[in-house]
Ligand binder design. Structure first.
Ligand code: NAD
Ligand code: DAU
Length: 338
């Protein structure tokens, strides 16, 4: 079985690659990744030799076509994306290029060159924001509120359209917030852990009462394998965290300080994100009923383990928090008084 993982040098893609190399050792895996600011070869270095790596910008149509014509993949996990909401607020263009155009190129090349199944990895952010009650189900209308989420919604619809129009075997997954090792430190949990380790301020947006539903990245990887092997053509599957992991940002920030033995006074309330979604929560009944998946890692265990991982892998995140990272940090947080 020849398997392509786009975005495999990023957070979820690399964790998925580690998981699949253990669970399906006979699969021939190739990571396709442009190594943008969010991609890091160091993350997957221990796997090189066992898996193949090809540097590829998915928005480069000719390059995508050539690689798919040569490699003849059977299965594609598509995770490559511009993934940070704050960056999309600063500029939407790279999001349309990679998330929309890049996805279309992959769908076309996959269809033309014999791919049997295409797993399009998407997000619960396509549904927009929830009020204090209720959960997103697969039929919840799409109502994205950021350029990132809008680009993901567009790519979901293109993927589903290819399935409807041509009968191509595409499955779309929509997952809530992931956490775990190799999470890029522009995102909330790794940013707060690494800033706290450096005794820097922790910029909490707005009133800090926005709720996110946290899922350990390994649980996500397990769900993606099930969907690839048994998910039904043309279907959408929601993937989400346990109810106990639906927490306000303020509380998660405090848990991080406590775990690291740092003062909560490091938390600094700063100007809110534009159109900041108040709450996400996923109903994962469908994937549970059809494929038997449910989250297994409790946040009370997964968060301390993740904190530990950052404590033990300082060299990894120190190298990542340099160069272009600092330029973005300056742009995003300067006006917030950091
Ligand atoms: P990430 O930003 O950590 O990694 C993205 C990867 O894609 C990087 O390795 C980057 O180099 C690569 N990439 C970016 N543009 C590319 C291009 N033009 N061509 C080829 N490669 C390119 O992202 P992540 O958090 O691992 O997210 C992976 C996927 O999962 C995304 O599609 C995202 O929308 C989705 N998702 C993420 C979360 C989450 O909580 N992180 C939740 C639900 C869904
Ligand atoms: O729900 C799935 C989505 O989760 C994925 O599609 C995205 O790719 C992923 O980045 C994530 O989006 P969020 O916007 O929820 O994640 P982020 O880590 O950026 O923010 C989590 C929460 O923390 C959110 O309510 C904003 C808040 N936050 C974030 C940052 C970076 C802060 O308060 N301060 C910050 O500095």
């Amino acid at each position: 079985m020849k398997v392509a993982i786009t975005g495999g040098a990023g957070f979820i893609g690399s964790n998925l690659t580690y998981y699949l190399s253990e669970e399906r050792p006979d699969w021939k895996i190739t990571i396709l990744d442009a190594l943008t600011y969010a991609g890091n070869l160091e993350t997957i270095e221990p796997l090189l030799g066992k898996i193949n790596f090809i540097k590829l910008d998915i928005a480069d149509r000719e390059a995508v076509t050539n690689i798919f014509a040569t490699e003849k993949f059977d299965l594609v996990f598509h995770l490559a994306a511009e993934s940070h909401v704050d960056r999309s607020i600063l500029s939407g263009e790279p999001f349309v290029r990679t998330n929309v155009l890049g996805t279309q190129n992959l769908l076309d090349a996959s269809r033309a060159h014999g791919v049997g199944k295409f797993v399009h990895v998407s997000t619960d952010e396509v549904y927009g924001a929830l009020g204090p009650t209720g959960r997103f189900v697969e039929s919840t209308p799409l109502d994205p509120t950021s350029p990132y989420a809008a680009s993901k919604a567009a790519s979901d619809l293109m993927a589903l359209a290819v399935s409807k129009t041509f009968g191509f075997d595409v499955v779309v997954t929509r997952c809530t917030n992931n956490y775990g090792p190799y999470h890029f430190p522009e995102k909330f949990i790794p940013l707060f852990i690494t800033n706290a380790l450096e005794d820097k301020q922790l910029p909490l947006y707005g009133d800090g009462n926005q709720i996110r539903s946290w899922l350990h990245v390994k649980d996500h990887a397990r769900a993606l394998l099930m969907v690839a092997e048994r998910g039904r053509k043309g279907e959408v599957y929601n993937i989400g965290g346990m109810e106990e992991a639906e927490l306000p940002n303020r509380l998660v920030a405090e848990m991080i300080c406590e775990r690291l033995n740092k003062p909560k006074s490091l938390i600094k309330y700063v100007e809110d994100r534009l159109a900041h979604d108040r709450r996400y929560a996923i109903d994962y009944t469908k994937i549970n009923r059809e494929l038997g998946w449910k989250p297994e890692v409790h946040f009370q265990k997964g968060l301390p383990e993740t904190v530990e991982w950052y404590v033990n892998n300082k060299a990894w995140w120190t190298r990542v928090k340099s160069g272009a990272y600092l330029e973005f940090y300056e742009k995003n947080y300067r006006n917030r008084g950091l």
